[in-house]
Design a protein around this ligand. Structure first.
Ligand code: SF4
Length: 356
């Protein structure tokens, strides 16, 4: 077995790569990443699956094809079933090894560990299965690799919580560096995005949404800025119950910003045809409506055009700006009137002219 592993730059890569990187490096296994998503990646993946498969799975298949085309014949395709007791992933994420095995005709080795906390198969077991596939059985070595994985992962999350962008934090964490940023930069408008990391941080899938918003001078908050504990607490405080594994980064993130009244609007970004996302987006829509916080749900598939996408974002931000401006004007008017009343009672003449 060569000490080399290919990791598709899709699905669990976006949340877990810092851990995977530290873990494999510590075991002396070289990581080969698939190239960034392009139109070709999507086309290559789409060829192998039925058309109503969600975009992230088509992209995942395209990344596996990309690794095979690079000559990488050992590929990491984990089956992440549940991340807590009865906290499940969707059936496509759970069945990724089966999907890949049944649709790709090429011969290659799959490293397919299972994580299933409902069945008591925890992270240690997941890592042991992975290491054992490379004939690494030394428990001490595996433990050290897990610690090293967490070291890189914790450094990454510390930076993103502090406001460092996804890419910058990832590059620095895997190079053993730390950078600092201030998260609370004041901008005229701020929004929170609820989305899977694999949709939002893949610049081709999200059509570079974060950069587009930042160019419009909008402050963007994402799941990276919220701790796991705060996200879980917010799901509870808003009156929902966690069922899906990705709920902290979707419902949890939106709930956190709704409860903290920190944003002017919420944007949900999800793949067309995604069952779990439509449920989570609906829950948040209901809570936004109750609190009169504007909400927009954008869905993407392989045919999503950039122009239409930008128009919808621009219209939403424009509406947020007008809403905010109207609220400020209203407040100023009320303040002026109440000031007038106060002064009218005390010094009638002075007051009337000052208000005019
Ligand atoms: S959660 Fe939704 S987007 Fe993600 S793999 Fe499942 S169906 Fe696709």
């Amino acid at each position: 077995m060569p000490k080399q592993i290919g990791i598709p730059r899709a699905i669990s890569y976006y949340n877990n790569y810092p851990f995977y990187y530290g873990f494999f490096k510590s075991l002396g296994i070289e990581v080969i990443l698939s190239d960034k998503t392009t139109a070709k990646t999507i086309n290559d993946g789409s060829k192998y699956v039925v058309s109503d498969t969600c975009l992230p799975v088509k992209v995942y298949v395209g990344h596996v094809v990309n690794l095979l085309n690079k000559g990488c014949n050992t590929i990491f395709i984990p089956s992440i079933q549940s991340t807590g007791y009865k906290i499940n992933n969707c059936s496509k994420v759970r069945g990724l090894p089966e999907i890949i095995r049944n649709i790709l005709p090429q011969n290659f080795t799959m490293i397919e560990p299972t994580l299933d906390k409902t069945e008591n198969i925890n992270l240690k077991d997941f890592c042991r299965q992975t290491a054992n596939a490379f004939n690494i059985n030394d428990e001490q070595k595996i433990k050290m690799a897990i610690d090293n994985g967490f070291k890189v992962y914790n450094s990454f999350t510390e930076m993103t919580r502090a406001g460092v962008s996804y890419k910058e934090a990832l590059d620095n964490a895997i190079n053993g560096k730390t950078v600092k940023k201030t998260i609370d930069i004041v901008k005229p408008i701020s929004v929170a995005i609820m989305a899977h990391g694999y949709n939002l941080f893949d610049e081709r899938i999200s059509l570079n949404m974060i950069k587009k918003l930042e160019k419009m001078n909008v402050k963007v908050y994402t799941s990276l800025n919220v701790s796991f504990e705060d996200a879980i607490k917010s799901i509870d405080e808003i009156g929902e119950v966690q069922y899906w594994a990705n709920e902290p980064e979707l419902t949890g993130t939106a709930a956190y910003y709704l409860l903290n009244k920190k944003v002017d609007g919420i944007i949900a970004l999800s793949a067309f045809g995604c069952g779990p996302d439509s449920l989570m987006a609906d829950e948040i829509y209901y809570h936004c409506k109750e609190r009169k916080v504007p909400f927009i749900h954008l869905t993407i598939d392989e045919h999503s055009g950039e122009a239409g996408f930008v128009t919808r974002i621009e219209a939403f931000i424009d509406m947020l700006l007008r809403k905010k401006r109207n609220a400020i004007i209203k407040r100023v008017d009320i303040n002026r009137k109440s000031a007038a009343q106060v002064i009218t009672i005390n010094k009638e003449k002075v007051l009337t002219s000052s208000v005019k």
